[in-house]
Design a protein around this ligand. Structure first.
Ligand SMILES: Nc1ncnc2c1ncn2[C@@H]1O[C@H](COP(=O)(O)OP(=O)(O)OP(=O)(O)O)[C@@H](O)[C@H]1O
Length: 302
């Protein structure tokens, strides 16, 4: 599959601060990439480099096979951009606003009408098309931001923390729009909300300490073999008893719960059964801890 976006060894320094120290990742066509990182990790910086809004110190960026360079906005015709806090002319209606945006890009008035109607419907703003943007909630403004970013039918949508400021319903709306458009548009969205990535993304990339520390498909996380088991004891005393005798190295979670890490799950299970039997202990719960995006993230940033 063709990559809509490719970054190779991208570096960026602000003064003496090495923000990006060689960032590499690709986004295949018609997929959604969750671009994950803590505050200040360099997500916005990366997005501005992709848009050619900042000069990079080294490396290469390609959008739809076109090389991006600072100040040259040619590659931007492939891109729709949604900033983390989209700003609008509040006295306009969403319909008027989209028309204004379309007129700036010299879209014909027939195309503009058709596209505005389609996008207001897609983003659930059709009913509110005659209300002034000033009366809109944050979620509605974010949805209008998506409509605007999609006006020119971009191959790539770059969304900077589109869900971070929203409540659960607002977030669900945005995520559902992103899922609906991915047949036509490839999406990269930055976030630190891991559950949003788990809900809609096809792949993830974790930026930390200036490089992509982990990346892959969401499917690959599910297929990763678990090496952890969680046990819950009936009471704190039985857990203490177990801890005083066990041969396994353990990580205590609460006064009745602990985790055991082991390379061979079936071996662990049978040995545990033996131990519990010998110690005459019964458990409330014993379950395999499936690998999650959160556990990967924690490994990286801890
Ligand atoms: N123009 C600039 N001049 C100097 N330092 C900058 C500039 N822009 C960003 N930085 C620094 O680069 C680092 C990365 O910032 P960036 O905004 O890319 O992070 P982020 O991952 O988007 O964080 P957040 O989640 O808080 O938006 C920060 O330490 C920031 O202070």
């Amino acid at each position: 599959m063709m990559n809509v976006l490719e970054l190779h060894q991208v570096r960026k320094t602000f003064g003496s601060h090495d923000v990006l120290k060689g960032v590499d990742f690709c986004v295949p066509a018609h997929s959604i990439l969750g671009f994950i990182g803590q505050n200040g990790a360099g997500k916005t910086t990366t997005m501005k480099l992709i848009l050619g809004l900042l000069p990079k110190d080294a490396g290469e960026i390609q959008v739809c096979q076109e090389t991006v360079s600072f100040g040259n906005t040619k590659a931007n015709r492939h891109i729709g951009y949604l900033s983390d806090v989209p700003a609008f002319y509040d006295y306009l209606t969403p319909y008027e606003y989209l028309q204004l945006c379309a007129s700036i890009t010299h879209m014909s008035s027939a195309d503009c009408k058709r596209k505005s109607e389609e996008l207001l419907t897609l983003t659930g703003l059709w009913q509110s098309r005659k209300k002034r943007i000033a009366t809109f909630s944050r979620g509605m403004k974010q949805r209008l931001g998506i409509a605007q970013a999609l006006l020119n039918e971009p191959d790539l949508l770059i969304a900077d923390e589109p869900t971070s400021a929203l409540d659960p319903i607002g977030r669900k709306d945005i995520l559902s729009i992103l899922t609906q458009i991915k047949d036509h548009t490839t999406i990269i969205f930055s976030t630190h909300i891991l559950s949003d990535v788990e809900r809609v993304c096809d792949s993830y990339a974790i930026l930390h300490d200036g490089i992509i520390q982990r990346h892959g498909s969401m499917q690959s996380i599910k297929e990763k073999a678990s090496n952890r088991m969680q046990l819950e004891f009936m009471n704190p005393e039985s857990m203490q008893h177990f801890l005083s005798k066990t041969q396994f190295s353990t990580k205590i979670c609460t006064d009745t719960e602990l985790q055991i890490t082991h390379d061979n799950m079936s071996q662990l299970q049978s040995k545990l059964h033996q131990e519990l039997l010998q110690q005459k202990l019964s458990l409330r719960r014993m379950e395999i801890v499936e690998p999650t995006l959160e556990s990967l993230y924690m490994e990286v940033v801890k």
